[in-house]
Design a protein around this ligand. Sequence first.
Ligand SMILES: Cc1ncc(COP(=O)(O)O)c(C=O)c1O
Length: 426
Amino acid sequence: MIRHDDRVTSPSLPRAYGFAPARGAGAVVEDVDGNAFLDFNAAIAVCSTGHAHPRVVEAIKEQAEKLLHYSASDFFLPIYAETCSRLDDIAPMTGPTRSFLTNSGTEAVEAAIKLARHHSGRPYVLAFFGGFHGRSYGSLSLTASKSVYRAHFGPLLPGVVHAPFGDEDPDLDFIRNHLFKRLVKPDEIAAVVVEPIQGEGGYVIPPDGWLPKLRDLCSQHRILLVADEVQSGMGRTGKMWAVEHWGVEPDIVVAGKGLASGMPLGAMMARGKLMTWPMGAHGSTYGGNPVSCAAALATIDLIEKELIANTVDAGDQLIAGLRELASRQPLIDEVRGLGLMIGIEFGSDDVADAVEIASFRQGLLTLRCGEKTIRMSPPLVVSAAQVRSGLRIFDEACRQVAERGPEAFVRYIGEHEAGPDVPEGA
Ligand SMILES: Cc1ncc(COP(=O)(O)O)c(C=O)c1O
């Protein structure tokens, strides 16, 4: 099967390891050979309500029987507006919001860049080193987590500048004293686009005052603050949006991944008064497809009413268990996380790679991110017993790598051995 895939699919796809899923339920997913895995990836923070949650599946079936598609760009699709209303209910800003729905995270980031430029009339956008915002040209121009994503695709979007994230510039000195003074005047910057917790860049949490300082800086210069919550949103961190941990209100929020439990849907939510672009300025044939919207409505209900509470409990349990493991396992340098968005940093990329592979071989799916970190982003339905099993397997994987050395866990994908530069998902 992998050999066949290897012949017909684009070789650019960043495959992590030889896992070929066939079906899933909750936090368990089965491969094509019938092996069951505990899924601490949730298909990269996408299957928020778990695999095939019955209420989401029911909503999808019901909508599919009624209407598979009609473009909300050209006509009035009731379920599109209903989804925008539900997003307005849960938006992390006071006052009314409006939303533009897309098929993916990257398209929602594109929409945010376009709206910010259109509304402000300013050309520049500021993003952060270590950030990941997608792979289409606009979002790729913001992405600065690994150079392989950008290599040989230039020139990228003009007018994008980058600054250090979080701990690397706790008081925003670089932006104030270098960027504003030497490169770009603040009144030429339309938007600052930031992941409240960096995802693909390593599950990096900024120090406590950092996002509020960024909010103040943006307000001072009338720069729009765009929170890219594609990975950190939809309850993943134990609050609906990660910015809520710091009481920060963005002007625009970008959502995707967990929004519709695996159906393709993204959203660019903005304060209503920013949506000054005229009819025809932006649209999409499929964005806000009714089946994806039905999945999103069921997902939002589940997360709001049931799963945030479980995320807090399961997240506390998983972080505590990993910290206990780190206290006796010298391979682990740091465990950091909020809710079920958890990074485990190792001493080197070799060791992190090896632990990921050793976990996979024993039935636990995890994924690398950053330079030497493994991320855990289980479905928000994960149970206490599943957390205990995941911890036991991860402990054993670390023990095996410590005992046999990282070279004993080579990553084979079909006939290829993945090179050290190969990124894994996003
Ligand atoms: C923070 C963030 N923004 C944007 C994206 C792009 O989303 P998509 O892959 O759906 O285009 C991703 C994930 O891939 C992401 O993690």
